[in-house]
Design a protein around this ligand. Structure first.
Ligand code: SAM
Length: 290
């Protein structure tokens, strides 16, 4: 199975790899960052030099982004592209908020619901809904729209931002945490990423920032995390992936495992190359609805 020919929805739904870890929809990350479907972009050498701690790093990553949002108990969060709900569960556990976790993948949401059912706080404080963030959301009174590691799937960022704004209460916050191209990236680089990550919607940081500002938001915080890609990720990825994850993926999936592990490794190696050339970066943005 070549991931590069699947649409995002099918990529997350047809998931023989994640299913083996009881995390259907999490794909290869089920083995690595588990229910947190984003890299551990934390500036912490000790985490990076031990792949077994990457899940912990991805949790720290989520909590760092959450700290920006200044949540109060009882506030409401719309998580767009919520994966299998890992970040949503952390938001409930650490900040006592209510989360609506949305995704275009029904399989991810089924996994999310199944895990949520194991703890009353998750069951009662997280709702799930299949929804494409480029379409208007039914509710319009959220305190925060949370978007983590999903922008590259989105064809119309303008629709996404306008709908995010519409779903927020007055003064509501938009948290965007994602990898973005820099102006140095070429068409060829986009093609390379498109091949590895089944998406042709990678966007340039400056374009995203100006689109946020012109969509009725005031940017209150901007943070670059690209240096983590150029340092810790670049130094440790291959060695740690081979040491802790490749064999596990292959052994639990004799049919697809070898090519899936190889595909994942090639994809991350390609991003490291782009991080090193400063054609790719990772940004965290907090914007307030005006
Ligand atoms: C890499 S995962 C990140 C998941 C989660 N935010 C996390 O950090 O664990 C990307 C997510 O975006 C979702 N997604 C892709 N296109 C979407 C769309 N148009 N609307 C809503 N979600 C979408 C996918 O289904 C998936 O849940």
């Amino acid at each position: 199975m070549s991931a590069s020919i699947l649409a995002p929805r099918d990529y997350y739904n047809l998931d023989p790899v994640g299913a083996k870890r009881d995390l259907t929809g999490a794909g290869t990350l089920a083995y690595i960052t588990q229910d947190q479907l984003h890299p551990p972009m934390v500036d912490d050498e000790e985490i990076w030099q031990d792949g077994r701690r990457w899940h912990e790093g991805s949790i720290m990553h989520t909590l760092d982004a959450a700290a920006l949002c200044e949540f109060h108990p009882g506030q409401t969060v719309l998580d767009i592209g919520g994966g299998v709900g890992g970040p949503a569960r952390l938001l409930v556990d650490y900040f006592d908020v209510d989360v609506v976790c949305t995704s275009i993948s029904e399989e991810q949401l089924k996994t999310c619901q199944r895990i949520n059912a194991s703890k009353p706080a998750w069951k009662y404080h997280i709702k799930t809904m299949t929804h494409d963030c480029q379409k208007p959301f039914i509710r319009t009174n959220f305190n925060c729209v949370w978007s983590m590691n999903m922008l590259y799937h989105i064809e119309s960022k303008l629709d996404m931002l306008q709908n995010a704004r519409r779903s927020l209460d007055k003064g509501g916050r938009l948290m965007i945490d994602d990898w973005m191209l820099t102006p140095r990236a070429t068409q060829y680089d986009r093609k390379v990423l498109g091949h590895h990550f089944i998406s042709s919607h990678f966007a340039v940081r400056e374009d995203i920032l100006s689109l946020i500002a012109s969509s009725g938001f005031r940017i209150s915080h901007f943070q670059e995390l690209g240096h983590i890609g150029r340092t810790h990720l670049a130094h440790h990825f291959t060695e740690q992936f081979d040491k802790h994850f490749r064999k596990m993926i292959i052994e639990s999936n004799p049919e697809y495992g070898p090519s899936i592990a190889e595909h994942f490794c090639d994809a991350i190696t390609a991003t490291i190359d782009l991080y090193l050339q400063e054609k790719l970066t990772y940004c965290r943005i907090l914007a307030i609805k005006e």
